[in-house]
Design a protein around this ligand. Sequence first.
Ligand code: ZN
Ligand code: ZN
Length: 266
Amino acid sequence: MLLGLFLSALAMTLIVAVRYLIVSGGFALATRAHAPGLYAGQDVQIRSELFWSLVSAAIYGVPAGIVAWGWREHGWTQVYTDLHAYPLWWLPVSILLCLVAHDAWFYWTHRWMHRPKPFKLAHAVHHASRPPTAWAAMSFHPIEALTGAVVIPTLVFVIPLHPIALGVVLSVMTLMGVTNHMGWEMFPRRLVNGPAGRWLITASHHERHHAQYRCNYGLYFRFWDRLCGTDRGLGDFTAKPAKSAKARAAAGDAGVAAGGEPSRAG
Ligand SMILES: [Zn+2]
Ligand SMILES: [Zn+2]
């Protein structure tokens, strides 16, 4: 039994790590084609993003592996494999419910992590990417990774999910995690600046979080940011590129470069 549990946790860790390397690697290559030189001079930062992301892969993989083992061995969770066990409309609804629940959890834990103590202790690792790259998708301190790692293993106990729905949720999670950090907007301007963009979060929105810190905390939807008055609109990648930590330090912004949170801007 213990061996099965261990192998399941190990397999899930490897899956999360390989998924990260493939998706982040793919978008890093796309970045090279779309905006050559965008990550120039960021090798040291990228190495650190890789390190923290691979540590996070284990933190995400272990609980997922334990739950997957319990599902196979003991029928844990509400995951159902017969597509017709629930009406078909439930499939998209269950996906949306997962995204809405994850978004709410992320917004409030993220806002909490911007309080001085948790920021210093944990969230500073994520914000050490200045500006982040496609490799920063899972670049979290283990404490922060843990807050993310519990989400899917909890949701599968609460919301009946078909593996298709689970696959879509995990894909959206991975895709948005990578593209929101890659330093350019891949969605058409018409979508980002149109009615859908008023409610959906893409790279332009999260870019402003990394530039200004105390705003734009959401993950998928702008709902909570708008409701709580923390939405400061979209960032602009065409503006002058954000300075690297080194350049900031040289410019006297040492507190920020050292991982501290800048005072409320604007
Ligand atoms: Zn981020
Ligand atoms: Zn943050």
